[in-house]
Design a protein around this ligand. Sequence first.
Ligand code: B1M
Length: 219
Amino acid sequence: MVIGSDDVGILDRIAEELQSGADDQVAALTGEALEQGLAPRQILDSGLIGAMEVVGERFRTHEIFLPDVLMAAKAMYAGLDKLKPLLVKDGIPMRGKIVVGSVQGDLHDIGKNLVGIMLRGAGFEVIDLGNDVAPASFVDAATEQSAAVIGMSALLTTTMPAMSQVVELVRERGLGDSVKTIVGGAPVSADYAREIGADAYGFDAANAVERVSALVKQP
Ligand code: B1M
């Protein structure tokens, strides 16, 4: 595909290149879209995230396979790298600390990283524990770092129960008043968050920022 073609809108072209795992093209087109004056959030939501949803659906229906999904994820990161500086604003006073991670057994980290970027952009100090994080590691880190919030991400139905273990551990250690919990990820819902006793649910990265802001304001 020739970059610069006017036949298709730039967001469609980003989506198309992401789906075929062309990381260099995604990076170049994301830069081009920014130069054209498109808002970073529009490029993120309609270009990158929209394309990842298509990738997920095509994987589910066995049209594509795991290596294709990995390449698409690499291309997603290439685009995100261009947007990251614009999603994170410098010089904002810190509003509180949050520990984030993908739960035990879960290697998906794109959504969790996006949540981290948006939280940093909103002035929170984010301690990112990475992926496949054991329940005790979330709680230990929150205690050691005096974090006000633990943020957990899960993309697999099989790893969601690990969220419940973290919430339970916070309760067992008597930290419920000082450490709040927020959960999110494609299979997670507000009902599930309520069911396991988490303090909040974020449906996307921007919503996670709203929820965390509300949690740290709570007396
Ligand atoms: Co995986 N995978 N994957 N995968 N993968 C899914 C999740 C799946 C739905 C695909 C499908 O079948 N349609 C399916 C899960 C089915 C299920 O459990 N119901 C699946 C599967 C089955 C698997 C494997 C088991 C495949 C295999 O090995 N046979 C395997 C598991 C590995 C493991 O974790 N142990 C696997 C592996 C992988 C890759 C490594 C290849 C790669 C991940 C690369 C990476 O993350 N570095 C991958 C990918 C890329 C996906 C899909 C295609 C895309 C996920 C993504 O990054 N989306 C995904 C299909 C899909 O979700 N449509 C799929 C973009 C991202 C921005 O969205 O993460 O949802 P998301 O985050 C959103 C919100 O959910 C929310 O905000 C974000 C921004 O809006 N959010 C939060 C997320 N965390 C939050 C936390 C919050 C608040 C909001 O508060 C703290």
